[in-house]
Design a protein around this ligand. Structure first.
Ligand SMILES: [Zn+2]
Length: 208
């Protein structure tokens, strides 16, 4: 039970999250569906910038560690990741971080709902903000769960963001697009507001 390639990818994406300033200290977490009811998750208490493959934890569908070679506990946010996999059989990767611009919107409890940036409308769709619940609790998974069923990117009130993907790299790219879009939307607000795409223009984009 090594999952060598997936372990290396999680470490690489964790390093990129840390280098981009989306996480501070030991914040954030990443996971990958492995099949057969197992999931590979980042450990609690380690900076995402300095993960090594042996630190990652394999958990079952209840979040119990079945292989913690490094002797570390799974992330406290594992319950949120498992909720994503339970509700979305189509996804295999989950990324959770606190990118500053997206998290600013989350603290204002404002979703990124308007189709302002064409590419973002295409890859993210509407990004709602889930109601507040305390980090690391089943209540947070319950608060965000219904929105994660319908959306690939969701803000968590007063906390951060979670993105989903058909694979983990895809979930990571969505976080990158989300933060880039949030920064643009902040600037649009500085300019006094933007002109969203019309429903027809948005539909045309989705149609390719
Ligand atoms: Zn968090």
């Amino acid at each position: 039970m090594t999952y060598e390639t997936q372990r290396k990818l999680i470490c690489e994406l964790g390093r990129r999250m840390w280098e981009r300033g989306w996480v501070a200290a030991n914040d954030g977490n990443l996971s990958r569906r492995l099949g057969e009811g197992l999931y590979l998750v980042t450990p609690a208490g380690v900076s995402k910038g300095f993960l090594t493959p042996d630190m990652l934890v394999v958990v079952d569908g209840e979040g119990r560690a079945v292989d913690a070679g490094g002797g570390l506990r799974p992330s406290s946010e594992t319950i949120l990741h498992l909720e994503c996999y339970r509700r979305r059989p189509d996804i295999a990767g989950v990324c959770h971080a606190h990118p500053p611009a997206a998290t600013a919107f989350a603290c204002a409890r404002m979703g990124l709902e308007e189709p302002l940036v064409g590419e973002a409308a295409l890859s993210l769709g509407r990004v709602p903000c889930a109601p507040y619940a305390r980090t690391g609790t089943a209540a947070l998974a319950e608060a965000a769960g219904p929105l994660l069923e319908e959306h690939d990117a969701v803000l968590l009130a007063n906390h951060g963001a979670v993105t989903l993907g058909a694979d983990l790299e895809n979930a990571y790219w969505r976080m990158e697009t989300l933060e880039h879009t949030a920064r643009i939307c902040l600037n649009v607000r500085l300019l006094g507001g933007g002109v969203p795409l019309s429903p027809e223009q948005a539909a045309e984009l989705e149609g390719g």
